[in-house]
Design a protein around this ligand. Structure first.
Ligand SMILES: [Zn+2]
Ligand SMILES: [Zn+2]
Length: 388
């Protein structure tokens, strides 16, 4: 094994671990991975490991230095700062530069024609445009000038959202909003805080975030395909097709199989190899995340609301969720959580226990296409969603 092979192998291993880390962090908390190894890995990465490191640091270096490290951690992760945004932009442009220097000279080739430069350019421009817009657009920050209109946008369902003030902002909390502890404000229809955008994702920029994910997964899949064709083209140009013979450093002949000819080229172009593997790891990870984000958008909830729905599912299991009618003649039922100690007051004629999450309507769901249209086109000027 040459030094280059070992370096490339280490780089690929590091990239693989990085890809797994991103995958676990992004998808670990989601409902579809409940009770699986992905969820266990998520808790290990976000809770057990930091706690272990903290205990180890306190015993090894003393409380004063550990407290300083904690402060540093808060500066890096607890408050809004552009560090991860800068890392993301640098990695992105390094990838683009490697593509243009090492792959672009071999496009067109015998597998792709020159017209492919049109979709290549369009996808890159769309992706970069969506990223800038997602970073720079106001996600829907609630402040004293817009709190009235923000509160009128959605009704409180009295299940996930109740009329109350934010303890930090001291303003009324609109339904579907959440306080971002990183940015220190409430955001309308908050999805999550994204360290890679250094911004919250909410009502104002959800369309750009979705656009960014869709174009970024296209960039990764398309990029992996194009780099793949360049590797195959190089294999042809260098005469390394199956059965060809090369000589190793001791002058011994090696007959190449398809796999060894590909590995030979990747070994010879390590930067292209790293880009290729990174794209192959990122493409399915970002693709799954895009599909997940599209799915919850079309189902009419946000990532933040997904965890609230998980809590409702747990409450149903605990037998504390009921459908309540105002009177025996009223067909309308309101879904409410009634804790065990208050259940003695329940009138059996007007209440029925909820046994499954599917029996609980999501009042913010307007139907798949309307939900998508709402996020993509009309979030700002949307009419109020009324209680049924
Ligand atoms: Zn707040
Ligand atoms: Zn935020």
């Amino acid at each position: 094994m040459t030094l280059w092979s070992i370096t490339v192998l280490c780089a690929l291993l590091a990239l693989g671990l990085f890809g797994l880390w991103v995958f676990v962090l992004i998808l670990g908390p989601n409902r579809m991975f409940r009770g699986t190894v992905v969820e266990r890995m998520y808790f290990w990465v976000t809770e057990s490991l930091p706690n272990k490191i903290e205990r180890w640091a306190r015993s090894g270096v003393g409380d004063a230095i550990a407290a300083r490290a904690e402060q540093m951690w808060m500066v890096l992760f607890g408050r809004r700062n552009p560090l991860f945004q800068i890392i993301a932009v640098l990695l992105y442009w390094t990838g683009v530069a490697v593509f243009f220097v090492q792959a672009a000279p071999y496009i067109p080739n015998r597998y792709v024609s020159s017209w492919q430069w049109l979709p290549i350019g369009t996808t890159l421009v769309a992706n970069i445009g969506c990223y800038i817009a997602a970073c720079a657009t106001d996600p829907g920050v609630v402040h004293d000038r817009n709190v009235g209109s923000a509160c009128r946008l959605f009704d409180y369902d009295k299940l996930l959202y109740f009329e109350r003030d934010c303890r930090t902002c001291k303003l009324r909390k609109p339904a579907r909003s959440k306080h971002c502890s990183t940015c220190q404000h409430c955001v309308q229809m908050m999805d999550h805080h994204c360290i890679w955008l250094n911004n919250c994702v909410g009502l104002g920029n959800a369309r750009w975030f979705l656009g960014f994910l869709a174009t970024f997964s296209t960039v990764c899949f398309y990029g992996a395909y194009l780099v793949g064709t360049v590797v195959l083209e190089q294999r042809q140009l260098r005469g390394l097709t199956s059965g060809a013979v090369i000589w190793d450093e001791w002058g011994q002949p090696i007959q190449l199989s398809f796999k060894s000819s590909i590995l030979y080229i990747l070994d010879d172009c390590p930067l292209l190899a790293v880009l290729f593997v990174l794209l192959l790891i990122l493409a399915p990870a970002i693709g799954v995340f895009t599909a997940y984000q599209l799915r919850i958008t079309m189902l009419g909830y946000t990532s933040n609301e997904e965890s609230k729905w998980v809590n409702i599912a747990d409450a149903i299991k605990d037998g504390v969720v009921f459908a309540i009618r105002e009177s025996s003649s009223s067909p309308h039922e309101a879904i409410r959580v009634i804790e065990k100690e208050n259940q003695e007051e329940i009138d059996g004629h007007l209440c029925r226990p909820i046994t499954h999450l599917q029996q609980v309507p999501n009042m913010y769901d307007r139907g798949a296409w309307n939900n998508l249209k709402f996020v993509l086109l009309s979030a700002r000027s949307a009419p109020k969603t009324h209680l049924q």
